[in-house]
Design a protein around this ligand. Structure first.
Ligand SMILES: [Zn+2]
Length: 141
């Protein structure tokens, strides 16, 4: 299994633990460190809709605890409607807020974080980077 496959598989497993009773759109994310460690997260919704947390930010929070944002190298995101584990819906990409959160980690890591955007099966993949997805991110500077 390649490093990318391993990361996508971790995101797929995280997606199974998503808490999304409102949208029924399950998303999993896996963050890989420069050393190959992986931290995962899934979307976690809330009856007060705006308090829901995306999978990417959930995984970044776990990564901050596991190995630190300064070691973030790559992120995989998988998603699709509940019951769809076979894919076909096309790759999903991070929302605007998550793009900014990933840009924050990228700045801490000093790299252009690679992002593997995938469908619910992890098979249809779009490989991109945070600078491509958010070219004018806010920075600490
Ligand atoms: Zn998001």
């Amino acid at each position: 299994m390649s490093g990318a496959d391993r990361l996508v598989e971790a995101a797929l497993q995280a997606r199974q633990k998503a808490y999304a009773p409102y949208s029924n759109f399950l998303v999993g994310a896996a963050v890989e460190s420069v050393n190959g460690d992986i931290a995962v997260g899934a979307n976690m919704e809330n009856a007060c809709y705006r308090l829901g947390v995306c999978a990417e930010q959930s995984a970044l929070a776990a990564a901050a605890q596991a190995f630190g944002l300064g070691k973030v190298a790559r992120i995989a995101v998988v998603g699709g409607p509940r019951g769809d584990d076979t894919g076909g819906g096309g790759p999903i990409t991070p929302c605007g807020g998550c793009r900014q959160a990933i840009a924050e980690a990228a700045q801490q890591a000093g790299c252009d974080t690679e992002i593997l955007c995938c469908d619910a099966a992890g098979e249809d993949r779009l490989t991109t980077t945070i600078r491509q997805l958010l070219p004018a991110a806010f920075t600490l500077d």
